[in-house]
Design a protein around this ligand. Structure first.
Ligand SMILES: NC(=O)c1ccc[n+]([C@@H]2O[C@H](COP(=O)([O-])OP(=O)(O)OC[C@H]3O[C@@H](n4cnc5c(N)ncnc54)[C@H](OP(=O)(O)O)[C@@H]3O)[C@@H](O)[C@H]2O)c1
Length: 314
């Protein structure tokens, strides 16, 4: 029987994930849970029609789900009995500060990613508590900042099966550039990698200061060619791409100069006010830079071992 997957959260990441899942032929039911039923059902309808137009026939159903209501979540999971749960639910998306004027955005950025931890941790913690209540034995995958969130959960004996995330951008880039350098088909190249979320700016934007430790091995036809093809260079080589919805590309610079207000109709006044409160509360003397760095260092502790578990051959 084909596995049932429950996708929680239908924001930027959840919506894209749903589109991809709808085109997976080895998948059974896709159960989608989010708070806003009207928007959620409409999103599921759009995905269903798009997939059908491409020759797929996914089984997608929507259920209203609020992770703050642990009992209801436990009951829903018990009833739907998914083989896999994938949560993308978070209290605010990660690129929200980019909607602020540059000065306020810079203050938030200077605090490091750790300042966002509660935003990404809270709902995942509630999910894992509900799953424990439901005695759920299936696979749980989580997207919200798993490098740190899952370590915290691991300390509470609530770690999900695995985190999913950015390393899936790093590896294809290295694999592609390695194949080009070797003049060989992609299939002949294998990349093994363990890395922190904090490596992102180096790999994505070629920002080479403060590179966190990582493990990288490249094999060609089973042979280790890591040093021979200068794998580190390939990892850090510029490879421009679009990054986030709020990215100030040339044609959007005027939007950014106009400040966050211009985005209010799209993202909601509450979201912007929230980000501005954070920016205002972070004085240059109270930046939790150090704590954020420590959080990154602890990325591989706890039961989560998220990225390492994604590459079991290591
Ligand atoms: N690991 C990675 O590589 C990676 C990549 C991109 C993003 N992310 C992370 O993935 C997460 C999602 O990002 P995003 O851009 O998709 O955020 P988003 O657009 O804000 O979406 C978050 C979703 O969570 C849902 N949600 C909020 N509160 C909820 C609750 N109490 N119960 C159930 N659902 C709730 C919201 O839907 P409703 O309002 O309808 O409930 C919303 O659709 C973030 O933590 C982000 O940092 C990870």
């Amino acid at each position: 029987m084909k596995p049932t997957i429950m996708l929680i959260g239908l924001g930027g990441l959840g919506s894209i994930t749903l589109e991809l899942l709808a085109r997976e032929e080895d998948l059974g039911r896709i159960v989608v849970g989010s708070r806003n039923a009207e928007r959620g059902m409409a999103r599921c309808n759009l995905t269903r029609l798009g997939a059908m137009a491409q020759g797929y026939a996914p089984s997608i159903s929507f259920i209203p789900l609020d992770l703050n209501d642990k009992e209801a979540v436990a009951e829903t999971v018990h009833r739907e009995a998914p083989d896999v749960i994938l949560s993308t639910a978070t209290m605010q998306t990660w690129w929200l500060p980019d909607l602020l004027p540059p000065e306020q955005a810079a203050v938030i950025k200077s605090a490091g990613f750790g300042v966002w931890l509660p935003v990404h941790l809270t709902l995942t913690l509630k999910l894992m508590e509900a799953l424990r209540e439901a005695d759920y034995r299936g696979i749980t995958l989580t997207a919200p900042f798993p490098d740190v969130v899952n370590c915290v959960l691991g300390r509470l004996d609530l770690a999900p099966t695995c985190g999913v995330g950015n390393i899936s951008q790093f590896v294809p880039k290295v694999r592609l550039l390695a194949a080009e350098r070797l003049g060989t088909p992609l299939d002949a190249v294998r990349v093994l990698m363990v890395a922190h979320h904090a490596l992102g700016p180096a790999v994505v934007r070629a920002q080479v200061d403060n590179i966190p430790p990582y493990f990288l091995r490249i094999e060609h036809g089973g042979q280790d060619v890591t040093e021979a093809i200068c794998a580190d260079q390939l990892l850090l080589a510029p490879y421009p791409r679009t990054i986030r919805p709020g990215e100030p590309f040339p044609h959007r610079r005027n939007d950014r100069a106009a400040g966050p207000g211009i985005f209010l109709p799209q993202r909601g006044a509450a979201a912007c006010a929230w980000a501005q409160r954070i920016a205002g509360g972070l004085s240059p003397h109270r930046r939790p830079q150090r704590r954020a760095t420590r959080a990154h260092r602890g990325a591989h502790s706890g039961r989560g071992h998220c990225h390492q578990r994604a590459f079991p051959s290591l």
